[in-house]
Design a protein around this ligand. Structure first.
Ligand SMILES: [Zn+2]
Length: 243
C-alpha cells in the first residue's frame, strides 16, 4: 500500500484507520471549551493525528500555577491568553490543520454561535454552569460530547455519543452544586485523562472502537486502578429527561 502523506503514515498503516480513516479525521472539526490541564495533551493528540479543524475557547490567561499540568504552555508564556498560545502551539505541531480560537466565556447568549457546527464538543468551563450549558447544547443538537476531568490523583472520562446515552448531568447529578476554584491535582492524572479523552474523540470521528458511554471511565494514578462505573439515564434528568 502507498501512503503519500508521510506525517500520518504510521497511523494510516493501522487497519482501523487507513487512508479512509485519515480522510475522516481531516474532515472532522472539534470545539474545545477550555485549554487547561486535561485539554493540553488532548488537543496535542488531536492536532498530531490530523483532525482538520480545531477551535479553542478560553478567556483565561496563563499563570505559573498552571505549569505543573498545562503542558501546552511554557514559563515565558505566563500572562498571555491560553487560547492564543494553545493555537500557536498546535499549529507549530501540525501546520496542515486549521486552528482558531475565541477568548469569550460561553454563556446563554453566545453558546449557539460558539459551539454549533462541530463534529465533537469537548465540554468544559470554569464552573458547573458552563459545563451544564455545553451539555444541554450537545443534547439539543445531538452532537457527540466528551467530558474529561481530573483532580487529586484521579481522572474521569465520559462520552455522550448518541441521543439515547446518559448525559453529563446523569453522570454527575450533583454537578450544579460543585464549587469552583483551585482543586489539588496531580499533573500526571490530567495527562492520562487527557490522552484517554483524545482517544474517545478520535474513535467517535472514526466510528471505531468502544466508547466510554453508559459508564464513567475512571482511574487512580496512585492505586493503578482503572474502573468503569456504570451510569444510567436519570429519569427526569433536568438536562436530558425530556429527550
Ligand atoms: Zn441526563
Amino acid at each position: 500500500m502507498q501512503f503519500k502523506d508521510e506525517r500520518y503514515n504510521r497511523q494510516e498503516m493501522m487497519p482501523q484507520i487507513g487512508t479512509e480513516g485519515q480522510r475522516l479525521l481531516r474532515r472532522a472539526s472539534v470545539v474545545s471549551v477550555g485549554a487547561g490541564g486535561v485539554k493540553s495533551p488532548l488537543l496535542y493528540y488531536l492536532a498530531a493525528a490530523g483532525v482538520g479543524r480545531i477551535h479553542i475557547i478560553d478567556f483565561d490567561r496563563i499563570e505559573t500555577s498552571n505549569l505543573n499540568r498545562q503542558i501546552l504552555y511554557r514559563s515565558h508564556d505566563v500572562g498571555r491568553l491560553k487560547a492564543e498560545v494553545a493555537a500557536e502551539e498546535l499549529l507549530e505541531l501540525n501546520p496542515e490543520i486549521e486552528v482558531t480560537f475565541s477568548t469569550e466565556r460561553v454563556d446563554d447568549e453566545n453558546v449557539e454561535r460558539l459551539l454549533a457546527g462541530y463534529s465533537v464538543i469537548l465540554e468544559g468551563g470554569d464552573g458547573p454552569e458552563q459545563r451544564l450549558l455545553c451539555n444541554s447544547f450537545a443534547i439539543q443538537t445531538s452532537t457527540p460530547m466528551v467530558h474529561v476531568s481530573a483532580q487529586y490523583g484521579y481522572g474521569y472520562v465520559f462520552t455522550m455519543a448518541s441521543p439515547g446515552d446518559p448525559c453529563l448531568q446523569c453522570a454527575f447529578p450533583d454537578l450544579p452544586e460543585n464549587r469552583r476554584g483551585p482543586v489539588p491535582v496531580w499533573g500526571v492524572s490530567t495527562g492520562l485523562a487527557g490522552v484517554l479523552g483524545a482517544n474517545e474523540v478520535l474513535k467517535i470521528i472514526l466510528g471505531k472502537g468502544d466508547l466510554a458511554s453508559g459508564y464513567l471511565f475512571s482511574f487512580s494514578c496512585f492505586k493503578n486502578d482503572f474502573i468503569k462505573v456504570p451510569i444510567d439515564r436519570i429519569r427526569g434528568c433536568p438536562a436530558c429527561g425530556s429527550r
